[in-house]
Ligand binder design. Structure first.
Ligand SMILES: NC(=O)c1ccc[n+]([C@@H]2O[C@H](COP(=O)([O-])OP(=O)(O)OC[C@H]3O[C@@H](n4cnc5c(N)ncnc54)[C@H](O)[C@@H]3O)[C@@H](O)[C@H]2O)c1
Length: 253
């Protein structure tokens, strides 16, 4: 893909989709900084990239803590001299099973979901935007979900957070577009992560497949490809958009 070589990209949240994105970007020649609440995982991911000849550093960070987000951004600037793009990707998917409905949900689940997915994406934006402006422009790719648009009887906090991320993305695109900042979101459908591959009951998998127009469920690499495109110079005139990468789960006019 054109225009990824030597770009400095921060991946904020290096779980299943984040790991695939890190590898995809590094394979294309980008210099990648990955942060995750699980610092050991982020560091070993970076080690793996470097062992295969890429450029990457990894560190622990908490996306909902302003000083911690700032430290991630500072580390990227210190290591590679500036930042060209960020993939804001972390979410606390441990609590999503308790994100039941507006009447029965524990308030702590609501607060934690918004803390990571909404406050965290806001803090990343605040920290990285000045660095992108210093470079003369850049790209922020947020991670939304089909949940933002589909309407479900469950997961209200998750859906609200993801819809809020899309609103934040539009704010950034319209506020800083003239200064060559691009902001877009990728909205994955069900992506089978390594954790799900063992834990998802066969019935649930079949049910999920029925809601997909394509022949299979998603893989982390499907999302990584879209993120790489939205970071690259090939998407230079794309701004303020939400891209569904969901095998046709959501069809729009
Ligand atoms: N897998 C799917 O089916 C799917 C579908 C739609 C959207 N998404 C979105 O894609 C993104 C990645 O999800 P994934 O499937 O790779 O899940 P994942 O759980 O593998 O990755 C999420 C990562 O976020 C990290 N994280 C959690 N809290 C954090 C915090 N406070 N600070 C920093 N990092 C933190 C976790 O440690 C984890 O590594 C998420 O935003 C998720 O909502 C996933």
């Amino acid at each position: 893909m054109h225009g990824l070589e030597d770009k400095v990209v921060v991946v904020a949240g290096g779980g299943a989709i984040g790991s695939a994105t890190v590898h995809r970007l590094a394979d294309a020649g980008a210099r990648v900084v990955v942060g995750d609440l699980n610092g050991e995982h982020a560091e070993s991911l970076a080690d793996a990239v470097r062992e295969s000849g890429g450029h990457c550093i990894g560190m622990g960070f908490d996306i909902a803590d302003e000083a911690s987000v700032r430290a991630l951004v500072d580390a990227a600037v210190e290591e590679y001299g500036g930042i060209d793009a960020m993939h804001v990707n972390a979410a606390d998917l441990q609590v999503v099973n308790q994100d039941s409905d507006v009447l029965s949900e524990p308030l702590a689940v609501f607060d934690q979901t918004l803390r990571v997915s909404l406050r965290g994406h806001f803090l990343c934006t605040r920290a990285v935007l000045p660095e992108l402006l210093r470079r003369g422009g850049g790209s922020i790719v947020y991670t939304s979900s089909v949940a933002a648009a589909v309407g479900e009887p469950v997961r209200p906090a998750y859906a609200m957070a993801k819809a809020g991320i899309e609103a934040l993305m539009r704010h950034v695109a319209s506020g800083w577009g003239k200064q060559r900042i691009r902001a877009n979101a990728v909205a994955p459908g069900l992506v089978i992560t390594p954790a799900m591959a063992t834990g998802l009951p066969e019935e649930a998998r079949k049910h999920a497949l029925k809601s997909v127009r394509s022949a299979r469920l998603g893989k982390p690499g499907d999302i990584a490809s879209m993120v790489a495109f939205l970071v690259s110079d090939e998407s230079e005139w794309i701004n303020g958009q939400v891209y569904s990468v969901d095998g046709g789960t959501l069809l729009r006019l």
